[in-house]
Design a protein around this ligand. Structure first.
Ligand code: AMP
Ligand code: ZN
Length: 464
């Protein structure tokens, strides 16, 4: 069955064909590790996870690379403002390296709690400085760069397809950019490939380069890393819609200028998580919620957020509210109860998969990851006359995409919601190998009158 994906390059749904038969190269822009990820960021990582799982569901082998931006990402996208890492270090009285290590771990923990599959390759920007310098050298040799007092810049006027992704009107942008911070820039859209450390300032993260001591521009890292691990021409690159106009546009310009080849065939972007009133959730807006604050500490299983995000198509803004999350909690609980009804005594999924429902599910996810439709198919299956064993087998097949731990419902009897929340938290603690929390939660559940047994099939919780 054909997979259709909306390609931001051409602004339409297109048939997906990989460059190499059966294999897909996937690059997803990773976090800047100067703070916790907020649940808006995590919405984007959930959509990317669905994309990857759908590719696998279609039988493709996926090679997935994600970067960790641990250096030199300024607070403004256009090479102005402060360095986020150094600012984070000052705020917390730690080194920039400690900040990066701490928030990288926190990010990976969030991914695990959301059942987001890890990439095959994690790359830190600071581990590929040489590759980034080499790429800037190529651009210099080909005449695309120039020097200003604060760094080496890419001359966007020399790359004729500069707006092919953003579809921006550059004249409007020129007029809008009257307050230009660096008057030596030739065009408002030019961007830094390499920034010099300011004179007299000892930065924590800086490197020697052919142009002077400094640090790489933000965009060059994703170009260098994706080329290093996936090659010059790759299948799919993703991120949030905020990356279209600057970050991804600049990645394309510098990569295609360097190689003379099409960089990525598909550019896929997820819409924002917004809050009431339509405002984007953003670190800079001070309105951001983390998975810990909004879910774990409120006794809500993080998978409630994953389930909630399936209710809105990834290209539409999703509004966060506490009420909608509580509704999602009930929805997920209801689904688990429904699944529990079809699990046989032995907990095995040996019924035949219902091909009719599998085809419908595949058709939904292959229609540009239409998760609301995929969830409707799940309900159709559960209400159909397929045998319980067939329903369970089909649900577990769907869960390869859904990632909602629907294989773990058999081990629990129907529990009151407050006990179920503790059980869910303990699942998460065990998944992230947080044994202290796992033990504490077991004691809590037992104190409330339930026995907890860890069996090879999962956790069994039974009323004393
Ligand atoms: P950053 O760490 O700022 O580079 O962001 C990490 C990812 O989250 C990027 O792909 C962004 O496009 C995405 N992102 C940022 N804010 C939001 C939001 N409110 N909703 C959804 N995605 C977002
Ligand atoms: Zn990137």
């Amino acid at each position: 069955m054909t997979l259709y994906l909306y390609n931001s390059l051409n602004r339409r749904k297109e048939k997906f064909h990989p460059i190499r038969p059966g294999q897909v190269g996937l690059y997803t822009c990773g976090p800047t590790v100067y703070n916790f990820a907020h649940i808006g960021n995590l919405r984007t990582y959930i959509f990317e996870d669905i994309l990857k799982r759908v590719l696998r569901y279609n039988g493709y082998r996926v090679k997935h690379v994600m970067n960790i931006t641990d250096v030199g990402h300024l607070t403004g996208d256009r090479d102005m403002g402060e360095d986020k890492m150094e600012k984070g270090a000052q705020r917390e009285g730690k080194t920039a390296w400690e900040i990066a290590a701490f928030y990288t771990q926190a990010f990976k923990k969030d991914l695990a709690r959301l059942n987001i599959l890890e990439p095959d390759i994690w790359v830190k920007a600071t581990d590929t400085i040489d590759d980034q310098i080499a790429l800037v050298q190529i651009l210099e040799e080909k005449g695309y760069s120039y020097r200003t007092d604060d760094g080496i810049y890419f001359d966007t006027s020399k790359f004729k397809d500069y707006t092919k992704l953003s579809h921006q009107d550059l004249t409007a942008l020129q007029e809008g950019a009257r307050v230009e911070k660096n008057p030596q820039k030739r065009n408002p859209t030019d961007f830094a490939l390499w920034k010099f450390s300011p004179l007299g300032v000892q930065r924590q993260m800086q490197w020697d380069s052919p142009w002077g001591v400094g640090f790489p521009g933000w965009h060059i890292e994703c170009s260098a890393m994706s080329m290093k691990y996936l090659g010059d021409q790759v299948d799919i690159h993703c991120g949030g819609t905020d990356h279209i106009d600057v970050h991804h546009t600049n990645e394309i310009a510098q990569s295609e200028a360097a190689t003379g080849k099409t960089f990525f065939n598909f550019w896929i972007h997820g819409a924002f998580l917004i809050i009431a009133g339509g405002k984007k959730m953003a670190k800079s807006e001070g309105n951001f919620l983390t998975l810990d604050n909004a879910f774990v500490k409120q006794g809500l299983n993080p998978l409630v957020y994953r389930f909630a995000s399936f209710q809105t198509h990834y290209r539409k803004p999703m509004e966060y509210s506490r009420e909608s999350m509580l509704a999602a909690r009930n929805g997920l609980q209801h689904l688990k109860n429904q699944v529990r009804q079809v699990v046989g005594d032995d907990g095995k999924a040996d019924g035949p998969v219902s091909e009719v429902h599998r085809d419908k599910f595949l058709e939904a996810v292959n229609d540009d990851l239409n998760m609301p439709r995929a969830l409707a198919t799940v309900q159709e299956l559960l209400k159909s006359d397929v045998t319980p064993a067939g329903k369970y087998a089909t649900i577990l097949d769907f869960d390869r995409v859904l990632g909602l731990d629907l294989d773990k419902v058999e081990a629990c009897e129907q529990l009151p919601p407050e006990i179920q929340d503790l059980v869910n938290q303990r699942h998460t603690a065990r998944k992230t190998k947080d044994w202290a929390a796992s033990d504490r939660l077991r004691d809590e559940i037992q104190a409330l009158g339930y026995n907890v047994h860890d069996t090879p099939q999962g956790m069994k919780v039974i009323k004393k």
